[in-house]
Design a protein around this ligand. Structure first.
Ligand code: FES
Ligand code: FES
Length: 165
């Protein structure tokens, strides 16, 4: 079957890509754009290793066909840092030992980023709910929850306000 030309924005850059109609967004990112942060885990929407942010929402990119992403704005873990400056979430993950092997981490970060975009002061239960679809076999999740709380606090300070301040 003939390839399809699609246009989408990825990490702030406009991209034009020619893909097979059955290709997933995950494989477009990894194979066509060389963005290998999002991981190819289960390919069935179960593990969350492939999570990226599409138009502000966290999605399992293995469950989205690339042509469905036409016109979308996609953010991957590669879009979090600004040059050499890690995003507060990335720093908090490192400081709290919120990863070990790191396979789940790009998806975990994407889910947490999407959470903090619409809720800058999440409860522990809200954080747990946000990462419910991200499987981690190393950390036991507590360190991730702590990291998100730390990052949320830092981001609120950076924004100059807090609901609980
Ligand atoms: S690879 Fe997409 S959810 Fe597991
Ligand atoms: S850090 Fe290894 S799976 Fe999460």
């Amino acid at each position: 079957m003939a390839n399809i030309e699609i246009e989408l924005e990825v990490n702030g850059r406009q991209e034009q890509v020619s893909v097979e109609p059955g290709k997933t967004l995950l494989h477009l990112l990894r194979e066509n754009l060389g963005l290998t942060g999002a991981k190819d885990g289960c390919r069935s929407g179960d593990c969350g290793a492939c999570v990226v942010i599409v138009d502000g929402r966290s999605v399992n990119s293995c469950m989205v066909l690339a042509p469905q992403a036409e016109g979308s704005s996609v953010m991957t873990v590669e879009g979090l840092a600004q040059g050499d400056e890690l995003h507060p979430l990335q720093r908090a993950f490192a400081e709290n030992w919120a990863f070990q092997c790191g396979f789940c981490t790009p998806g975990m970060l994407a889910s947490c980023y999407a959470l903090l975009e619409f809720n800058d002061n999440p409860t522990r239960d809200e954080i747990r709910a946000a990462i419910a679809g991200n499987f981690c076999r190393c950390t036991g999740y507590q360190a991730v929850v702590k990291a998100v709380e730390q990052a949320a606090t830092e981001l609120r300070v950076l924004k100059g306000g807090s609901r609980n301040a």
